[in-house]
Ligand binder design. Structure first.
Ligand SMILES: *[C@@H]1O[C@H](CO)[C@@H](O)[C@H](O)[C@H]1NC(C)=O
Ligand SMILES: *[C@@H]1O[C@H](CO)[C@@H](O)[C@H](O)[C@H]1NC(C)=O
Length: 313
């Protein structure tokens, strides 16, 4: 048995574990659940480009908590490149109607979550998500388009480095979310490595009832393709639970507007303060409705934990 960083469950659990260090005070156990997943890695080489097309199925007509569908790419310690299809209690913040998702290019890292602008997509839409390492060998450009019409849906660029070794899908259900109601498909997934790695295909891992077909390689093991990946709708048997620890929150009605400002707050906190305030180690420095100091005392940085809570660590 391999125990790769990016084995499907390990991948999901890594994302969670990395995001949630142990806070020191006043905590509750919070159960997040994960749907099926397929993942590859770590590669002996590095990923230079990854393209997939997701057909998400309809978003739930009503939503408890928040649901995210994403193809993710990381190296286990650095940024997680993850264009996300999102279902919130209301998706009107991106102009979506009931049953539609909001999609946006996004990156998750020590700074929290940073996003491009979002667009609505329907369940039968083919949403093409491309991650491409730019010629500076450091910048990743995410480009999200409608695969049929070519319309640009979202884009985001981040200096996430050249050492991406794992790629996988995530169906992530946060804050007691009510789960997916439809299966999702990923088609025409193509991962291009910097150099041949004939062992990459052997690292594929599935979890939660997900299946794949048509795993092939070309160019001596430099280019890896998966014709289709199918993730079942969430059900008791297809979900895994990761119990994470987070602060008590009484905020149950989270409007997208406040969450956006949370993310902005987290982002702002990563710059060195002009001396106006400085939050201590372990202090809260961001989160929905948080209005306190968003700059951490050196050497701590404000780390995103979830939409409701960021902490100086
Ligand atoms: C992951 O990528 C970051 C950014 O390039 C780099 O600093 C870090 O060393 C990498 N980690 C591994 C395990 O490759
Ligand atoms: C989770 O949501 C369900 C309804 O979807 C509700 O019955 C239950 O009380 C919620 N649990 C918590 C801990 O909020």
């Amino acid at each position: 048995m391999r125990s790769p960083i990016f084995g499907a469950l390990a991948f999901a659990n890594w994302v969670v574990a990395n995001a949630i260090p142990s806070p020191p005070t006043l905590v509750v156990k919070r159960a997040d659940t994960w749907g099926g997943s397929v993942s590859l890695g770590p590669s002996k080489s590095t990923i230079v480009k990854a393209v997939t097309t997701i057909i998400p199925g309809p978003a739930p007509p009503t939503q408890n908590g928040v649901l995210f569908l994403w193809p993710g790419m990381s190296n286990g310690t650095g940024d997680l490149i993850q264009a996300t299809l999102e279902s919130w209690p209301s998706n009107s913040w991106c102009g979506a109607a009931t049953g539609q998702w909001c999609v946006r290019a996004s990156v998750f890292g020590w700074f929290g979550q940073r996003d491009g602008s979002a667009s609505p997509v329907s369940g039968s839409d083919q949403v093409r998500i491309e991650y491409a390492l730019q010629s500076d060998q450091n910048t990743w450009l995410q480009t999200v388009t409608n695969a049929v019409t070519g319309a640009l849906l979202s884009t985001y660029s981040s200096a996430s480095g050249p050492y991406m070794r794992g790629y996988g899908t995530g169906t992530e259900c946060n804050d007691n979310c009510s789960g997916t109601i439809a299966a999702q498909s990923y088609i025409n997934t193509v991962i291009t490595l910097a150099s041949a790695d004939t062992t990459f295909g052997g690292t594929i891992a599935v979890a939660g009832g997900a299946t794949y077909s048509g795993l092939t390689s070309s160019d001596g093991g430099k280019v890896w393709s998966i014709a289709s990946i199918n993730i079942p709708a969430m059900s008791k048997s297809s979900q895994t639970t990761s119990t994470t620890t987070s602060r008590v929150t009484t905020t149950t009605t989270t409007s997208r507007v406040t969450t956006t400002s949370t993310r902005t707050t987290t982002r702002a906190s990563t710059t060195s303060g002009s001396g106006s305030c400085s939050a201590a180690q372990y202090a809260q420095c961001g989160g929905t409705d948080f209005t306190g100091c968003t700059t951490c005392a050196l050497p701590y940085t404000c780390k995103y934990q979830n939409a409701w809570y960021s902490q100086c660590l």
